[in-house]
Design a binder for this molecule. Structure first.
Ligand code: FAD
Length: 386
């Protein structure tokens, strides 16, 4: 289809990648976000090869490589510092044809913003939309309206537009654990600089992965009941308590973090939901399929959405509604499977059933590194770009 005007709500990874893809396809795109200043939630993200391939297709491969970390290995160690598994990522890279890149979120967002040739209109909170015969109009809190041939709701896990598309509200589901994350200067007293290091035990995790700029993106996970909170200034002490007795690099990491720049969030997911589309309006990214970060696939799935949506708009010509239905059919199968797989993995890691987590620790000791990379490759190769 030609000459479409497309309105996107949300300038996160999903909205921006879609904006770039649709603009490159020749469409006119406007992106709106409610915030006055774009600041990514969270410090880092691992972009697995399926996400990177979408960026490659958009001509952003070189820029991604420049901001991404050199992650050559994964290592699992126990909370008693026993080496559980040491995994080269080379077989994975050879299998899927692209290395993964851990990256600081601000760098990724900056890259996507620079690559989007249009304007992102900030301070624009969308509160609903109206559909007419051959157009749809987004309505903003301040009374402003934006009309296009289609509307993309990339407005995140707590999407404002989702209830209008589904006809019902759905509450994000608490995954049972809290995640702390941030960035520190990379140093060998924390982890080898080319390695994604994961300490596991007591149903918790402490992890570091290399991102560009000689830094580590770190995260900690602890299973906790819903509703706990800790002010930023107390977060270092909180982590010191939770990870007391863990190996020296974890202690070094906790000493080096800046608690005021350490995010603390309860992890949620949604769905799986069956409806991504109503008429000329499509959910995209976390708004459609927010997933726990246990596979590192949420952002990658938003990028896959961008690729598939753009492909159907470009390559079919029955109607906008028909192209969106094709997008829904292809994406709901893939993204919902990831939501469920990540949820299962979250439960396995965080001791929902303690004996299953103990089995997982045992499996890590015995599993061949190739089995680990083959499992990740399978997830990656399930995406639209092989
Ligand atoms: P968001 O990033 O949430 O963007 C939504 C945007 O919409 C926001 O800018 C918001 O301001 C705007 N908005 C909301 N409502 C409105 C409104 N009414 N009007 C206008 N604008 C609005 N994924 C990976 O691929 N790899 C990882 O390693 C990884 N790690 C993660 C670690 C953690 C701790 C978490 C929480 C997530 C992780 N993810 C990871 C998932 C990834 O962060 C998300 O899937 C991704 O950021 C979703 O992008 P999005 O654009 O769909 O939504």
């Amino acid at each position: 289809m030609y000459n479409l005007k497309i309105v996107i709500i949300g300038a996160g990874i999903g909205g921006l990648t879609t904006g770039i893809a649709l603009t490159k396809a020749g469409y006119q795109v406007e992106i709106y976000d409610r915030v006055k200043e774009l600041r990514p939630a969270g410090a880092g993200i691992s972009l697995w090869s399926n996400g990177v391939k979408v960026l490659n297709k958009l001509g952003l491969g070189d820029r991604m490589a420049a901001i991404g970390g050199q992650m050559d290995r994964m290592q699992y160690r126990s909370c008693k510092d026993e080496l559980l598994n040491d995994i080269s990522l080379q077989p994975l890279i050879a299998e899927v044809g692209q290395r993964p890149y851990p990256v600081a979120r601000t760098d990724l967002q900056q890259m996507l913003l620079e690559a989007f040739p249009g304007q992102v209109k900030l301070g624009s909170k969308c509160v609903g939309f109206e559909e007419f015969g051959d157009s749809v109009t987004a309505i903003f809190e301040d009374g402003y309206t934006a009309t296009g041939d289609l509307l993309i709701a990339a407005d995140g896990v707590r999407s404002t537009l989702r209830p209008y598309i589904l006809g019902t509200e759905i509450e994000p589901r608490y995954a049972g654990y809290v995640n702390w994350n941030g960035l520190v200067k990379a140093s060998e007293d924390l982890s080898p600089k080319n390695t994604w290091m994961l300490y596991v035990g007591e149903h918790k995790r402490a992890s570091m992965m290399p991102v560009g700029g000689d830094r580590f993106y770190f995260f900690f996970d602890v299973p906790l009941p819903k509703g706990t909170s800790t002010p930023p200034e107390a977060r270092q002490q909180e982590l010191a308590n939770f990870f007391q007795g863990w190996p020296q690099p974890v202690q070094n990491l906790i000493k080096q973090i800046n608690p005021l720049e350490t995010n603390r969030l309860e992890i949620h997911d949604i769905g799986p939901i069956d409806t991504f589309v109503r008429g000329r309006v499509a959910l995209l990214g976390d708004a459609a399929h927010s997933t726990t970060p246990d596979l590192g696939q949420g952002g990658c799935q938003a990028m896959e959405d961008a690729e598939v949506l753009t492909r159907y708009l470009l390559t079919t010509n029955i109607s906008v509604e028909d192209a969106l239905k094709r997008y829904e059919r292809e994406r709901k199968e893939r993204a919902n499977a990831i939501v469920l797989k990540a949820r299962k993995r979250a439960d396995q890691i965080h001791g929902k059933e303690p004996e299953i987590t103990e089995q997982w620790y045992q499996q890590l000791r015995q599993e061949s590194p190739l089995d680990v990379t083959n499992a990740i490759s399978k997830t990656i190769l399930g995406g639209p770009l092989r």
